[in-house]
Design a protein. Structure first.
Length: 87
């Protein structure tokens, strides 16, 4: 449950940044704030979630999930920022 809350906030923040960098200037839409972005992230996660069983214990799974979450978010933010510089 805690992981879902943290990942929703982190992914919502990344969505807000990417939305502001790409969607707002290209399509002239309103900026997206954090709370609606978290809602969008939850809907998309719900619709695209895939369960992959693994042989790790619970704590190892939680640790790996947090690592993947922050690395994934950082990669998207850095790559999005670089692309944004060329606009």
């Amino acid at each position: 449950m805690v992981f879902t809350v943290i990942s929703s906030i982190v992914n919502g923040f990344v969505l807000v940044c990417l939305w502001d960098w790409f969607i707002v200037p290209i399509f002239h839409l309103a900026p997206l704030t954090l709370v609606p972005a978290i809602g969008v992230v939850l809907v998309v996660s719900f619709l695209t979630h895939q369960y992959v069983p693994n042989d790790e214990d619970f704590y190892e799974t939680v640790r790996n999930s947090f690592i993947v979450l922050f690395v994934y978010a950082a990669i998207f933010l850095v790559f999005g920022f670089i692309v944004h510089l060329f606009m």
